[in-house]
Write a protein that binds this ligand. Structure first.
Ligand code: CP
Ligand code: NVA
Length: 300
C-alpha cells in the first residue's frame, strides 16, 4: 500500500494508524520493529519537520534513512521517475517523496515495488493531515461535530488533505478565503460525502462556532513568483487576536509550520495559550512512526 493521497485512507485505516501512534509513537528504542529496514527520502523541495520526523522515526524504530536531494540525483539529468523508483526499490524498503507535481509522485509510485509515501506535493500533504487530526483528537477528545476553520489559502495542499481526513472523523469544515478564490472542488466534494463543508469569504461568519482555526502560509513552495500578489489577496485573512475572538470560546489555533509571523498569523497567537502548532509539529514523530509501521506491515 502507498500513502499518496488522504483519499487512500478510510476511517479504519486512520484508527489503526492512531492506535500504532499511541502504542509506539513515544517509545524510544524500546522495540525496534524496523531493524534492517531502509527508507529513502527523495525530496525536490525543502523540509525541516517532515524530513527530520521521518528520519528520527525510522531511526527510533531501528531502521535507517537515506536522504536524496533530487537535484543531485540522476533525475536532474533526465532519468525517469519510474526508472528511479524501480532501482530504489531494489535497495530500500520504503520511499518517502516530496515533489512539486502530484502526477510525479504517482509516476514514482508506478515504478516502485515498495510503499511510497507522499511527504507533500502541490496538491496534498496527507502525513501532515494525519498529525493534525491526531493533535485535534488529543486536545478535544473527538472530532465528531467539531467545527474546524481553514483560513487563507483554502486551495493549499494542507487544506485539501485536512478536509478529507478531518471530515472522515466527523468534523465540519469552514473554508474561509478571499472573494473569487475557490478551494479545490474535487476535495470539497469528497469531504462533503463525510461531513458538512461550508465556504465563505467572511472571516467573522466563517469562524463563528469554530473550535479550531487552521492556517498555512499564503505563499506555498513553488509560488514564490506570485508572492506580492498573494500577500495582497490574502491580507484580510490573518489569524490574529481579533480573528480568534470570532471563534468559539476556548478555540485552538493550528499551523502546519513553517509560519510567516506577521503574515498569515501573528506571533502573539502562534506563541499564545490557544496555539496547538507546537504539539502539532511534535506529533509528526509518532505519526510518521505509525505510517511507516502500518505501510511496512501491509507490504509483507
Ligand atoms: N509542516 C511541514 O511539512 O513542515 P516542513 O516543510 O518543515 O517539512
Ligand atoms: N502549503 C505549504 C505547506 C508547507 C509545509 C507549502 O506547500 O509550502
Amino acid at each position: 500500500m502507498n500513502l499518496i493521497s488522504s483519499l487512500d485512507l478510510d476511517l479504519p485505516k486512520i484508527r489503526k494508524i492512531f492506535s500504532i501512534a499511541d502504542s509506539f509513537g513515544i517509545a524510544r528504542a524500546i522495540k525496534m520493529p524496523c531493524t534492517g529496514k531502509i527508507m529513502a527520502l527523495l525530496f525536490e523541495k525543502p523540509s525541516t519537520r517532515t524530513r527530520v520526523s521521518f528520519e528520527a522515526a525510522m531511526s527510533q524504530l531501528g531502521g535507517s534513512s537515506i536522504y536524496i536531494d533530487s537535484s543531485t540525483s540522476q533525475l536532474s539529468r533526465g532519468e525517469t521517475l519510474q526508472d528511479t523508483a524501480r532501482v530504489l526499490s531494489s535497495y530500500v524498503d520504503v520511499i518517502s517523496a516530496r515533489m512539486y507535481r502530484d502526477t510525479d509522485i504517482r509516476e514514482l509510485a508506478a515504478g516502485a515495488s515498495v510503499p511510497v509515501i507522499n511527504a507533500l506535493t502541490d496538491l496534498e500533504h496527507p502525513c501532515q493531515a494525519l498529525s493534525d487530526v491526531y493533535t485535534i483528537e488529543k486536545a478535544f477528545g473527538s472530532l465528531k461535530g467539531l467545527r474546524i476553520a481553514f483560513v487563507g489559502d483554502i486551495a493549499a495542499n494542507t487544506a485539501n488533505s485536512l478536509m478529507i481526513t478531518a471530515s472522515m472523523l466527523g468534523a465540519e469544515l469552514s473554508l474561509i478565503g478571499p472573494t473569487g478564490y475557490s478551494p479545490n472542488t474535487r476535495y470539497v466534494e469528497a469531504a462533503s460525502r463525510h461531513s458538512m463543508v461550508e465556504i465563505t469569504n467572511d472571516l467573522k461568519t466563517g469562524l463563528s462556532g469554530c473550535s479550531v482555526i487552521y492556517t498555512d502560509t499564503f505563499i506555498s513552495m513553488g509560488q514564490e513568483k506570485q508572492a506580492a500578489q498573494r500577500r495582497k489577496t490574502f491580507s484580510g485573512y490573518q489569524v490574529n487576536g481579533k480573528a480568534l475572538g470570532y471563534a468559539k470560546k476556548g478555540a485552538k489555533v493550528m499551523h502546519c509550520l513553517p509560519a510567516h509571523r506577521g503574515e498569515e498569523i501573528t506571533s502573539d497567537v502562534l506563541d499564545g495559550r490557544s496555539s496547538l502548532a507546537w504539539e502539532q509539529a511534535a506529533n509528526k514523530l509518532p505519526i510518521e512512526k505509525a505510517i511507516l509501521l502500518y505501510l511496512l506491515s501491509e507490504a509483507k
